[in-house]
Design a protein around this ligand. Structure first.
Ligand code: FAD
Length: 319
């Protein structure tokens, strides 16, 4: 109920304008967001790198409504890729296709995406395409396939365990060695498309982890690239200890080397787990979002955990 409410709020543009200018809201959001500028992001990644973590940077933004906005977003992402190289930090990037025009037209999005992938490829970096709500699942997968057909190998996808369709999608995409980040799924989806019960989502998550690990073993267990920019094929994106432990135990049981799988977690969430897996010798990648468009991202984090709402409310009454 609360989850649906916050996901609904995440799409309200009037509220977005009001909340984004509200200092107290930013104070609460900054637990999950590295800052508003590119320098904030670079500094945050540098700190994470020193601790031993790899990162993926997300210049926050989604659902752009004009062509100009999508072109501006593309330029900002290109600038980010260049800054990553200039500053020699260990980070690739994550992007949302609606940020670069997917809802305005596939041609526009394709052109912008190619520009991003070309720059990333020229400096040997990797671009993860985040998955959005189900109105974009087919379009996102198709765009990814187009890029692979054009010869871009420096990209991968996200799959969501809450969708019934994901097992089949994963099966098809693993055939072409798609690097996946497996997540539970952060949007509100109807019961005819997504498992309504958490237990079923969790079971599907474990099944998908197993599929990814099996494929990796069949491919000879390729490991993460030494510079940390190119992830291994299976990336387990979760803070749920049971899901993480399942993947770890299964990977162990089939002798997958530690460096052939990575754990991905969001900046500011379950730092204890982030450190634990790092200490155990696994690559851990922190998803670091930054930018002024933090509102929908923040609302989805509130939706995931009611305690975050209490934390936010308690801040309202603190001086
Ligand atoms: C690296 C990464 C990238 C992601 N990319 C996408 C994407 O492209 N598309 C998409 O739909 N979703 C994405 N997600 C979000 C994902 O779908 C889930 O909504 C989110 O990770 C919460 O699920 P969970 O697996 O952590 O398990 P849950 O069962 O939700 O949580 C397990 C435990 O994690 C902690 N936790 C989880 N969420 C929070 C929170 N917000 N605040 C504080 N503690 C929390 C709590 O301790 C909780 O008990 C991403 C997640 C990660 C980690």
């Amino acid at each position: 109920m609360l989850r649906s409410f916050f996901i609904f709020l995440s799409k309200n543009s009037l509220l977005q304008r009001l909340v984004s200018e509200w200092g107290i809201a930013w104070k609460a959001a900054s637990r999950f967001v590295a800052g508003t500028t590119i320098n904030d992001a670079i500094n945050c990644v540098r700190d994470q790198n020193i601790k031993g973590f790899n990162c993926t940077l997300d210049h926050l933004g989604e659902s752009t409504t004009t062509q100009d906005e999508s072109i501006r977003a593309t330029k900002e992402i290109v600038e980010l890729i260049e800054k990553i190289q200039e500053n020699k930090i260990r980070s690739n990037i994550s992007i949302k296709l609606t940020q670069i025009g997917l809802s305005l037209g596939e041609e526009l999005c394709e052109k912008n995406l190619q520009q991003i992938l070309k720059i990333a490829s020229s400096i040997n970096n990797f671009v993860r395409i985040d998955m959005e709500d189900t109105s974009y699942t087919d379009k996102t997968i198709n765009m990814y396939l187009k890029m692979r057909n054009l010869g871009f190998e420096n990209t991968g996808l996200v799959v969501q365990a809450y969708l019934y369709r994901t097992e089949k999608d994963a099966h098809d995409l693993l055939k072409i060695r798609t690097p996946f980040r497996l997540v539970k799924g952060a949007y509100k989806e109807p019961a005819d498309l997504a498992y309504p019960r958490k237990r079923d989502v969790d079971l599907n998550f474990d099944l998908l982890s197993k599929m990814m690990i099996d494929t990796t073993v069949k491919l000879g267990s390729p490991v993460i690239r030494e510079d940390g920019l190119f992830p291994p094929l299976p990336a387990i994106g979760s803070h749920d200890p049971k899901r993480l432990e399942y993947a770890k135990a299964y990977a162990d049981s089939v002798d997958l080397p530690k460096k052939a799988i990575e754990f991905q977690m969001l900046y500011g969430i379950r730092r204890d787990l982030q450190e634990m897996y790092l200490k155990q010798g696994y690559p851990v990648r922190i998803y670091v979002p930054y930018g002024t468009h933090w509102y929908p991202y923040f609302m989805r984090r509130l939706a995931e955990r009611p305690e975050n709402v209490l934390f936010f409310l308690s801040n309202l009454f603190k001086k």
